[in-house]
Design a protein around this ligand. Structure first.
Ligand SMILES: *[C@@H]1O[C@H](CO)[C@@H](O)[C@H](O)[C@H]1NC(C)=O
Ligand SMILES: *[C@@H]1O[C@H](CO)[C@@H](O)[C@H](O)[C@H]1NC(C)=O
Length: 334
């Protein structure tokens, strides 16, 4: 269905501008007639602009779609990068005024697989000091997954590096939740409103170039990366405390999101979602990372690193709860 939709859109696009198609590459202005195409797809009911005609130019983000064409409902839309690549993304058009583009999800497909297949946000090639940055997904142009599969697999779309944003929003959604229920099923939803991304190049791709997610590039806590306060849309500091193991509680402060922290053994973790990490056992709370975690290697290597240190989902000692271990982390930009 998606392939057909894209083909139809391409045809529509080509027919409308046969003469200067080449000139358009990189400009991002593709005036596309979508009314009949979209009308055939029930799932796109919620994607139609309110009180407007159905002609619009493709945009680079949900924020642009909201500001230029006044879309107000959550749903999946087609976007175009500055280089002319087309992709689909989910828009949250309601949280705090909307305009949030889903650009990634971090999903743990098998917590017992230690840097094995599916650990795209760390390494799929085993823990090895000779590959300190692992798969490098935080700082490269690789893309994977699809929007509807964001709670069943990892997702990274071109928006990750293409969109210029100021803030991020995070939803922790139970694995395998269907798209239409993400918002209601989320165990936590929060966003920043500090414009912090502007200081680091406008997206995580740029931020992680300044703060490489790489083993042995720094030490805890002196070299830990930037952080921002968060505002809860669903959840609280108490809820965050409840999700992680009791021994972790003294090491973090809820109410933040922090990037690129190191642990005691100089392994690099990509993102501490919901907390500021003060201690040095961050592998039980922070997610994603480089390609090598020295402690009991490869036991801490993976997308949800060592959430299972004292048993999977046991919520004992350092182990995180089953609830957070089995929830994908959805990342939005605005
Ligand atoms: C699409 O972009 C073109 C070129 O900038 C502009 O002339 C046209 O008005 C735009 N259409 C819409 C619906 O915004
Ligand atoms: C780590 O990588 C090196 C170099 O590629 C290789 O020789 C070594 O066998 C690897 N170690 C493990 C444990 O896979």
């Amino acid at each position: 269905m998606k392939v057909i939709l894209l083909l139809l859109l391409f045809i529509a696009s080509t027919e409308q501008s046969p003469t200067h198609h080449e000139d358009e590459i990189g400009i991002g202005n593709h005036d596309i007639a979508i009314v009949n195409v979209m009308g055939d797809f029930e799932v796109n009911d919620n994607g139609c602009p309110d009180k407007h005609d159905h002609h619009y130019n493709l945009t680079r983000s949900c924020l642009e779609l909201k500001e230029k064409y006044h879309f107000t409902k959550d749903g999946v839309h087609l976007f175009i990068t500055s280089n002319g690549e087309l992709y689909q993304a989910f828009c949250d058009m309601t949280t705090d005024g909307g305009g949030w583009t889903l650009i990634a999800s971090v999903h743990e497909n098998n917590i017992l697989g230690k840097c094995t297949t599916g650990d795209r946000w760390s390494s799929q090639q085993g823990g090895n000091a000779s590959s300190p940055a692992g798969d490098r997904s935080w700082s490269n142009f690789a893309t994977f997954g699809c929007t509807e599969g964001a709670t069943s697999d990892d997702l990274k779309n071109p928006g990750y590096y293409d969109i210029k944003a100021s803030d991020i929003s995070i939803w922790h959604v139970p694995n395998d939740t269907p798209l239409s229920s993400w918002k209601d099923a989320a165990i936590l939803r929060y966003h920043t409103k500090t414009n912090f991304l502007q200081q680091y190049g406008g997206n995580l791709y740029q931020l992680f170039h300044q703060y490489p997610v790489e083993y042995n590039k720094g030490k805890c806590p002196d070299d830990n990366g930037p952080l921002s306060h968060i505002t809860y849309d669903f959840g609280s500091d108490e809820k965050i405390q409840q999700l992680y193991g009791p021994l972790s509680h003294n090491e973090f402060e809820p109410g933040y999101v922090q990037f690129r922290v190191f642990n005691n053994e100089k392994a690099a973790l990509a993102m501490c979602s919901g907390v500021k990490y003060n201690g040095c056992n961050s592998e039980h709370v922070c997610i994603g990372g480089g390609g090598y975690f020295p402690e009991a290697s490869p036991r801490q290597c993976g997308d949800f690193t060592a959430f299972d240190w004292n048993g999977v989902g046991t919520h004992q000692s350092w182990s995180a709860s089953k609830e957070v271990t089995e929830a994908a982390v959805l990342i939005f930009y605005r």
